[in-house]
Write a protein that binds this ligand. Structure first.
Ligand SMILES: CC(C)(COP(=O)(O)OP(=O)(O)OC[C@H]1O[C@@H](n2cnc3c(N)ncnc32)[C@H](O)[C@@H]1OP(=O)(O)O)[C@@H](O)C(=O)NCCC(=O)NCCS
Length: 177
Protein backbone atom coordinates (compact mmCIF):
# COMPACT_ATOMS: atom_id res chain seq x y z
CA UNK A 1 0.00 0.00 0.00
CA UNK A 2 1.42 3.36 -1.04
CA UNK A 3 3.10 5.40 1.68
CA UNK A 4 2.22 3.01 4.52
CA UNK A 5 5.16 1.54 6.39
CA UNK A 6 4.86 -1.50 8.65
CA UNK A 7 7.52 -1.75 11.37
CA UNK A 8 7.93 -2.86 14.99
CA UNK A 9 6.59 -0.38 17.54
CA UNK A 10 8.92 1.81 19.58
CA UNK A 11 8.32 3.68 22.86
CA UNK A 12 7.82 6.93 20.92
CA UNK A 13 4.76 5.39 19.21
CA UNK A 14 2.81 4.71 22.39
CA UNK A 15 0.60 7.78 22.29
CA UNK A 16 -0.28 7.16 18.66
CA UNK A 17 -1.00 3.49 19.41
CA UNK A 18 -3.32 4.52 22.25
CA UNK A 19 -5.22 6.79 19.86
CA UNK A 20 -5.59 3.96 17.34
CA UNK A 21 -6.91 1.50 19.93
CA UNK A 22 -9.21 3.94 21.69
CA UNK A 23 -10.77 5.15 18.46
CA UNK A 24 -11.04 1.68 16.87
CA UNK A 25 -12.59 0.02 19.93
CA UNK A 26 -14.51 3.08 21.14
CA UNK A 27 -13.22 2.68 24.69
CA UNK A 28 -9.94 2.65 26.59
CA UNK A 29 -9.87 -0.96 27.76
CA UNK A 30 -7.92 -2.35 24.79
CA UNK A 31 -5.38 0.49 24.94
CA UNK A 32 -4.82 -0.32 28.62
CA UNK A 33 -4.55 -4.00 27.77
CA UNK A 34 -1.90 -3.29 25.14
CA UNK A 35 0.10 -1.22 27.65
CA UNK A 36 -0.18 -3.95 30.29
CA UNK A 37 0.79 -6.72 27.87
CA UNK A 38 4.11 -4.97 27.19
CA UNK A 39 5.08 -5.72 30.78
CA UNK A 40 4.39 -9.45 30.57
CA UNK A 41 6.43 -12.38 29.22
CA UNK A 42 3.85 -12.66 26.43
CA UNK A 43 5.19 -9.50 24.79
CA UNK A 44 7.17 -10.19 21.63
CA UNK A 45 8.58 -6.75 20.73
CA UNK A 46 9.50 -7.66 17.16
CA UNK A 47 5.91 -8.83 16.56
CA UNK A 48 4.23 -5.72 17.95
CA UNK A 49 3.80 -3.77 14.74
CA UNK A 50 2.59 -0.37 13.71
CA UNK A 51 1.37 0.85 10.34
CA UNK A 52 2.27 4.49 9.78
CA UNK A 53 2.23 7.07 7.06
CA UNK A 54 4.31 10.23 7.08
CA UNK A 55 2.13 11.86 9.68
CA UNK A 56 0.72 9.35 12.13
CA UNK A 57 0.24 5.82 13.40
CA UNK A 58 -2.67 4.30 11.45
CA UNK A 59 -2.79 0.78 12.81
CA UNK A 60 -1.38 -1.55 15.42
CA UNK A 61 -1.15 -5.30 15.87
CA UNK A 62 0.40 -7.60 18.46
CA UNK A 63 1.37 -11.22 18.26
CA UNK A 64 1.69 -12.60 21.78
CA UNK A 65 3.60 -15.62 23.02
CA UNK A 66 1.17 -18.51 23.52
CA UNK A 67 1.54 -22.26 23.96
CA UNK A 68 0.28 -25.31 22.14
CA UNK A 69 -0.19 -28.35 24.35
CA UNK A 70 0.11 -31.58 22.41
CA UNK A 71 0.38 -35.22 23.44
CA UNK A 72 4.06 -35.17 22.55
CA UNK A 73 4.75 -32.00 24.56
CA UNK A 74 4.10 -28.27 24.75
CA UNK A 75 5.57 -25.89 22.22
CA UNK A 76 5.60 -22.12 21.85
CA UNK A 77 3.55 -20.32 19.23
CA UNK A 78 1.96 -16.87 18.87
CA UNK A 79 -1.54 -15.43 19.18
CA UNK A 80 -2.60 -12.49 17.01
CA UNK A 81 -4.27 -9.98 19.35
CA UNK A 82 -5.22 -7.27 19.65
CA UNK A 83 -5.35 -5.46 16.34
CA UNK A 84 -6.81 -2.09 15.40
CA UNK A 85 -6.87 0.44 12.57
CA UNK A 86 -7.96 4.09 12.84
CA UNK A 87 -11.62 4.12 11.74
CA UNK A 88 -10.93 6.93 9.30
CA UNK A 89 -8.36 4.69 7.57
CA UNK A 90 -10.22 1.36 7.72
CA UNK A 91 -11.22 -0.69 4.64
CA UNK A 92 -8.09 0.40 2.79
CA UNK A 93 -6.05 -2.73 3.35
CA UNK A 94 -3.99 -1.48 6.29
CA UNK A 95 -5.20 -4.30 8.58
CA UNK A 96 -4.34 -6.79 5.84
CA UNK A 97 -0.84 -5.35 5.48
CA UNK A 98 -0.31 -5.66 9.22
CA UNK A 99 -1.48 -9.29 9.30
CA UNK A 100 0.59 -10.28 6.26
CA UNK A 101 3.70 -8.64 7.66
CA UNK A 102 3.20 -10.19 11.10
CA UNK A 103 2.77 -13.67 9.60
CA UNK A 104 5.96 -13.28 7.61
CA UNK A 105 7.91 -11.98 10.60
CA UNK A 106 6.60 -14.75 12.85
CA UNK A 107 7.72 -17.34 10.30
CA UNK A 108 11.16 -15.75 10.00
CA UNK A 109 11.53 -15.90 13.76
CA UNK A 110 10.81 -19.61 13.79
CA UNK A 111 7.38 -19.60 15.40
CA UNK A 112 5.56 -22.71 14.20
CA UNK A 113 1.98 -21.43 14.30
CA UNK A 114 -0.39 -18.52 14.88
CA UNK A 115 -3.86 -18.48 16.43
CA UNK A 116 -6.50 -15.77 16.20
CA UNK A 117 -9.96 -15.47 17.73
CA UNK A 118 -11.91 -13.20 15.43
CA UNK A 119 -13.95 -12.76 12.29
CA UNK A 120 -13.49 -16.01 10.31
CA UNK A 121 -14.31 -14.32 6.99
CA UNK A 122 -11.56 -11.79 7.51
CA UNK A 123 -8.73 -14.02 8.69
CA UNK A 124 -9.42 -16.87 6.26
CA UNK A 125 -8.26 -14.62 3.42
CA UNK A 126 -4.72 -14.83 4.81
CA UNK A 127 -4.81 -18.63 4.99
CA UNK A 128 -6.05 -19.04 8.56
CA UNK A 129 -8.18 -22.18 8.93
CA UNK A 130 -10.80 -23.18 11.51
CA UNK A 131 -8.95 -24.68 14.48
CA UNK A 132 -11.64 -27.27 15.15
CA UNK A 133 -11.00 -28.84 11.72
CA UNK A 134 -7.49 -29.62 12.95
CA UNK A 135 -8.55 -30.93 16.34
CA UNK A 136 -7.27 -27.79 18.02
CA UNK A 137 -9.08 -25.97 20.85
CA UNK A 138 -8.12 -22.93 22.92
CA UNK A 139 -8.68 -21.71 26.46
CA UNK A 140 -10.71 -18.58 25.56
CA UNK A 141 -14.49 -18.59 26.12
CA UNK A 142 -15.22 -18.30 22.43
CA UNK A 143 -17.30 -20.19 19.86
CA UNK A 144 -15.11 -22.83 18.24
CA UNK A 145 -15.84 -21.45 14.73
CA UNK A 146 -14.21 -18.15 15.71
CA UNK A 147 -10.85 -19.75 16.50
CA UNK A 148 -8.56 -19.89 13.50
CA UNK A 149 -5.04 -21.17 13.15
CA UNK A 150 -2.21 -20.73 10.69
CA UNK A 151 0.58 -23.26 10.46
CA UNK A 152 4.01 -21.81 9.74
CA UNK A 153 5.77 -25.16 10.11
CA UNK A 154 4.50 -28.20 8.31
CA UNK A 155 2.73 -30.75 10.46
CA UNK A 156 2.48 -28.51 13.52
CA UNK A 157 -1.18 -29.41 14.01
CA UNK A 158 -0.92 -33.09 13.07
CA UNK A 159 -1.64 -34.17 16.65
CA UNK A 160 -4.27 -31.49 17.31
CA UNK A 161 -3.91 -29.91 20.73
CA UNK A 162 -5.00 -27.11 23.03
CA UNK A 163 -3.80 -23.53 22.73
CA UNK A 164 -3.15 -21.62 25.93
CA UNK A 165 -3.39 -17.85 25.57
CA UNK A 166 -1.28 -15.57 27.80
CA UNK A 167 -3.08 -15.32 31.18
CA UNK A 168 -3.49 -11.53 31.08
CA UNK A 169 -5.11 -11.67 27.66
CA UNK A 170 -7.35 -14.60 28.66
CA UNK A 171 -8.57 -12.76 31.75
CA UNK A 172 -9.32 -9.66 29.68
CA UNK A 173 -11.20 -11.75 27.13
CA UNK A 174 -13.20 -13.54 29.84
CA UNK A 175 -14.30 -10.19 31.27
CA UNK A 176 -15.15 -8.58 27.95
CA UNK A 177 -16.96 -11.42 26.16
C1 LIG B 1 -10.80 -5.20 12.01
C2 LIG B 1 -9.86 -4.08 11.56
C3 LIG B 1 -8.52 -4.18 12.28
C4 LIG B 1 -9.64 -4.23 10.04
O1 LIG B 1 -8.74 -3.23 9.60
P1 LIG B 1 -8.82 -2.66 8.09
O2 LIG B 1 -7.60 -1.87 7.83
O3 LIG B 1 -10.14 -2.00 7.88
O4 LIG B 1 -8.78 -4.04 7.29
P2 LIG B 1 -8.64 -4.24 5.73
O5 LIG B 1 -8.86 -2.95 5.01
O6 LIG B 1 -7.42 -5.00 5.48
O7 LIG B 1 -9.85 -5.21 5.47
C5 LIG B 1 -11.16 -4.74 5.58
C6 LIG B 1 -12.03 -5.95 5.77
O8 LIG B 1 -12.04 -6.32 7.13
C7 LIG B 1 -13.24 -7.00 7.41
N1 LIG B 1 -13.82 -6.40 8.61
C8 LIG B 1 -13.54 -5.21 9.15
N2 LIG B 1 -14.28 -5.00 10.25
C9 LIG B 1 -15.04 -6.11 10.38
C10 LIG B 1 -16.02 -6.50 11.31
N3 LIG B 1 -16.40 -5.71 12.33
N4 LIG B 1 -16.60 -7.70 11.14
C11 LIG B 1 -16.24 -8.51 10.11
N5 LIG B 1 -15.33 -8.18 9.20
C12 LIG B 1 -14.73 -7.00 9.34
C13 LIG B 1 -14.16 -6.83 6.21
O9 LIG B 1 -14.09 -8.03 5.49
C14 LIG B 1 -13.48 -5.71 5.44
O10 LIG B 1 -13.66 -5.88 4.08
P3 LIG B 1 -14.26 -4.65 3.21
O11 LIG B 1 -13.28 -3.52 3.31
O12 LIG B 1 -14.38 -5.24 1.85
O13 LIG B 1 -15.56 -4.30 3.87
C15 LIG B 1 -10.45 -2.66 11.83
O14 LIG B 1 -11.70 -2.58 11.19
C16 LIG B 1 -10.64 -2.35 13.31
O15 LIG B 1 -9.76 -1.77 13.92
N6 LIG B 1 -11.80 -2.71 13.88
C17 LIG B 1 -12.11 -2.39 15.28
C18 LIG B 1 -11.24 -3.18 16.23
C19 LIG B 1 -11.38 -4.69 16.00
O16 LIG B 1 -12.47 -5.21 15.88
N7 LIG B 1 -10.21 -5.38 15.96
C20 LIG B 1 -10.16 -6.78 15.64
C21 LIG B 1 -10.38 -7.64 16.81
S1 LIG B 1 -9.04 -7.58 17.96
Amino acid sequence: MADVLIRPESPADRRGIDVVNISAFGEEDEARLVAALRNTPAYVPELALVAENRWRILGHLMMLAARLERRSGTIGMVALAPMAVLPSYSHRGIGSELVASALQRAGERGFPAVVVAGYPGYYSRFGFEPAHLKGVTCDLPVASEAVLVYGLKQGVFDEGGRILYPPLFRRFYEKSH
